[in-house]
Design a protein around this ligand. Structure first.
Ligand SMILES: *[C@@H]1O[C@H](CO)[C@@H](O)[C@H](O)[C@H]1NC(C)=O
Ligand SMILES: *[C@@H]1O[C@H](CO)[C@@H](O)[C@H](O)[C@H]1NC(C)=O
Ligand SMILES: *[C@@H]1O[C@H](CO)[C@@H](O)[C@H](O)[C@H]1NC(C)=O
Length: 202
């Protein structure tokens, strides 16, 4: 796609101008002993008491937008160096106190459905197992319909020149899809629509 190339060029341009461009890294060293930091303890206590107030306020659902009588949650903050949470907070909604399925008390061991967050784990596992090479591969390599759409585009100059309505799927990578950098519009009806109609796919 065009945009990532444009961004890449912008990133490289200081090099081309002969300016030094240091390798990006953390601006500050990672904190070592957060648990014993007084600033952290202060912020932690403030957060916990704010949460407590929010959850137990009589108008809690108006203030937070969630109803603490029907929503249970766990909050844990970890340091990568330790298994013990730096901060933890558990809220059990009164409505599950007599529940016959699942737990009646939310604690550190409660298991939640994580829904869409599971996508993060898929990508993390992919990175660990296979490295990041597949992220720069075109998505058309794996999806035959997109490969065919790209082929059709390459044979039709009118479609190829219409960069608003027709995507060059052979240039769109898995990494660009994962980082929302493809420029693919939400309802990509024209680009795929032409292809789907011409191939009579329903
Ligand atoms: C909720 O209650 C608190 C304390 O009584 C009050 O200060 C606040 O304005 C209330 N918020 C709303 C949105 O009603
Ligand atoms: C749970 O059961 C107790 C004892 O039977 C009852 O007093 C309470 O109202 C019930 N709570 C809910 C949320 O149903
Ligand atoms: C190219 O695509 C346009 C727009 O979809 C279409 O009208 C035209 O017939 C196509 N040309 C060829 C040679 O297939």
């Amino acid at each position: 796609m065009r945009y990532p190339h444009f961004i890449l060029l912008c990133t490289l341009s200081p090099l081309a101008l002969g300016k030094l461009c240091p390798i990006q890294g953390p601006a500050f060293p990672a904190p070592k002993d957060v648990a014993s930091s007084s600033s952290f303890t202060q912020a932690k206590n403030q957060l916990l008491s704010t949460l407590d107030k929010a959850v137990h306020a009589s108008n809690a659902s108006e203030v937070t937008g969630i109803d603490p009588d029907s929503i249970s949650f766990s909050l844990q903050v970890f340091n990568t160096k330790s298994d013990q949470p730096l901060l933890e907070y558990y809220h059990t909604a009164p409505s599950i106190r007599n529940s016959t399925v699942g737990v009646r008390e939310v604690d550190a061991d409660t298991v939640f459905r994580i829904a869409s967050v599971s996508k993060l784990w898929t990508v993390l596992m992919l990175l660990i197992e296979k490295g990041d090479a597949s992220l720069s591969e075109p998505v058309a390599k794996y999806v035959p319909e997109l490969r065919d759409a790209a082929k059709e585009l390459s044979h039709n100059a009118t479609m190829r020149d219409d960069e608003i309505d027709h995507l060059r799927w052979d240039e769109v990578t898995i990494g660009e899809l994962a980082s929302h950098m493809t420029g693919v519009i939400r309802e990509c009806t024209v680009s795929l629509g032409v292809f789907l109609t011409s191939h009579q796919v329903n």
